[in-house]
Ligand binder design. Sequence first.
Ligand code: ZN
Length: 289
Amino acid sequence: MPGLMILTGMVASANNHFRIESLPGVVRQGEVYPISVLGPPSLKSIYAEFQGVTFPLDFSEPKGAYEGLIGIDMDTQPSTYEMKIARKDEGSNVPLARVSLKVEKTDFGIQILSLPSAMVDLDRKTMERVHQEEKKVNGLFRRFREERLWRGAFILPVEGELSGAFGFRRIINGQRRSPHTGVDLRAKEGTPVLASNSGIVVLVEAFFFSGKSVILDHGQGFFSMYFHLSEALVEEGERVDKGALLGRVGSTGRATGPHLHWGIRMNGARVDPLSLLKIKTYPEYLFQQ
Ligand SMILES: [Zn+2]
């Protein structure tokens, strides 16, 4: 889709074979930003750095470009940021370029929910359990595989209707609660839930809020999460291909009916999984297998 590709900047570097090609330098809160850097294959270990977080770029032979995805957390302040492109060279970081990336505000909206008070007003023991579960998941996110396991476009894990959008600020039983960090896809109990991309199963467990949960590590800091399953059909440590059967839709944990909660983390950034799917509409642009 060449019309969508514009040159956002030339590099202030002695190497004039190197330039940054990207979609317009604008992204919204909670979206994924694809970046492409044209340059000779010899550069190796190129990465983009946004707000102190690094996102590796991989060389794509047919394009002659280094490509990668940058996750913009839902709470990133709308502003224009400087993004660094650099290369790791024997332990030191060699800056190659700086480009500006404008983050625009997303209107996430508000969701007002009424839930049984047992699911909202937690006793001390349950609070402690929830706290431990959060700690465990955050620990997993810090120990990701460096190797890129994901390939090509991400896919929708379940054929279902969108019943809960990403980013809703939630008011539950009249009280402000944490925002919704994934999307809810309504589907019949038992509907197959598929791996949205290739990766390693790093968690299969029943949690208080998310019910029966599966988390995949896709490498390079990317994770996908599948919550409220009626059953999980994979085991921790298992390697799965994109489209593999992970489990079935259910309503375990805090859920008002059968649905899949699908979440994505990209190097800590909470992004809208649906924004990841949109990237496949740029077929020439990124990630030919
Ligand atoms: Zn949800």
